[in-house]
Design a protein around this ligand. Structure first.
Ligand code: NAD
Ligand code: TYD
Length: 348
């Protein structure tokens, strides 16, 4: 059912969600060949695809989605493009907005131009609920206005708007997915859940921004991959599809659950200076993707247990990341970041 998927381009396929998506595709589309285009930035990691190295259906191309010649070469002959490539970290985008503008905006434009020029039949832009901005109560639907708060989400919003502009102007056969925060295997340890799991395993402090009351809606990466695949197969061109986790939790709740699951010392928790412009809460409704037949399979409880087990079993993977460029980033981001808050009763 749905569209032809003989040759599939996955940009950003060496990153967290992209690599999970490649595994998903090769399972669910056994007759398809998959081309990964990835620049291998600090976040891209060929180890994520290592178990597939002998699979003849997978081809890897190192390159930049913002380079028109490279993109034209790899996109030719593809039936569908899933664009996962992005600079994905809010904190890094606050430190320096150059790369989010380059990849998330310019890169999207280059892909869209190639899709148009070479008449590629289908394009899926993988986006985020962060484009809607924060809200204290209720939840956003796909027709709500975009109010991004930081350079990352502003550039994702710009990418989404470019896609929708090409749909309107050129009738480009494109769709957009907007998911909530993902977690699961292969997530770079700069993000909350893997940072805290691995710090707990190393008996290092667990930095909590502000008072830990900010809320995120956690979605297991495999559920997101199934939903994104389905949108590519059966979604309506020009439409946007929210993908929610239905698991809203405060950051403090998440950290405390990680403390329990890793059995680390709860005194490792540290309240640190808040992120500037920190969105308080993200929340979306996802009736449209459910109407296509999507149902999540993971509960947060089971997903967190599986994720902790995965990081326990893949210590070499995250030790290599944490020992490289990340060590400098971590020092710059966290060293001397004094607490503004302390937990009632004090844990320090
Ligand atoms: P990630 O940072 O783990 O991976 C991004 C990948 O893109 C890396 O492999 C990197 O090398 C590659 N890349 C970066 N710039 C590139 C460029 N110019 N050309 C080619 N490749 C490039 O990110 P992720 O968490 O897997 O996110 C994937 C997508 O999903 C992004 O578009 C992100 O905005 C979106 N998203 C992520 C989340 C989340 O919670 N992680 C939630 C919603 C949406
Ligand atoms: P993050 O994983 O960076 O995702 P995003 O900012 O895209 O939601 O952060 C998730 C939440 O956790 C966010 O509210 C910021 C917070 N956070 C911490 O409290 N401590 C940390 O060390 C990190 C990385 C994030």
């Amino acid at each position: 059912m749905g569209f032809t998927m003989a040759r599939i381009l996955v940009t950003g396929g060496a990153g967290f969600i992209g690599s999970n998506f490649v595994y998903h595709l090769l399972r669910e589309e056994p007759d398809a060949s998959v081309v990964v285009l990835d620049k291998l930035t600090y976040a891209g990691n060929l180890e994520n695809l290592q178990p597939l190295r002998d699979d003849p259906r997978l081809q890897f191309v190192r390159g930049d989605i913002a380079d028109p010649d490279t993109v034209r070469d790899v996109i030719r002959g593809c039936d569908i493009v899933y664009n996962f490539a992005a600079e994905s970290h809010v904190d890094r985008s606050i430190q320096d907005a150059h790369d989010v503008v380059w990849t998330n905006v310019r890169g999207t434009q280059v892909l869209l131009d190639a899709v148009r020029e070479l008449a590629i039949p289908r394009y899926v832009q993988v986006s985020t609920d962060e484009v809607y901005g924060s809200r204290a109560s209720g939840a956003f639907t796909e027709s709500d206005a975009l109010q991004p708060s930081n350079p990352y989400s502003a550039c994702k919003a710009a990418g989404d708007l470019l896609v929708l502009a090409y749909v309107r102007t050129w009738k480009l056969p494109a769709l957009v997915t907007r998911s909530s925060n993902n977690y699961g295997p292969y997530q770079h340890p700069e993000k909350l859940i893997p940072l805290h799991i691995t710090n707990a395993m190393e008996t290092k402090p667990l930095p909590i921004y502000g008072d830990g009351s900010n809320v995120r809606d956690w979605l297991h990466v495999e559920d997101n991959c199934r939903a994104i695949h389905l949108v590519g197969r059966q979604g309506v061109e020009g439409e946007i599809y929210n993908i929610a986790g239905h698991s809203e939790r405060s950051n403090l709740w998440i950290v405390e659950r990680i403390v329990e699951l890793t059995r680390c010392d709860p005194r490792l928790k540290r309240f640190v200076q808040d992120r500037p412009g920190h969105d308080f809460r993200y929340a979306i409704l996802d009736e449209k993707v459910r109407a296509l037949g999507y149902q999540p399979r993971w509960s947060l409880e089971e997903g967190l247990k599986q994720t902790v087990s995965w990081y326990r079993a893949h210590e070499g993977w995250w030790q290599r990341i944490k020992g490289g460029e990340f060590a400098d980033y971590y020092r710059g981001q966290y060293e001397g970041r004094d607490a503004e808050h302390s937990e009632p009763g004090g844990t320090e």
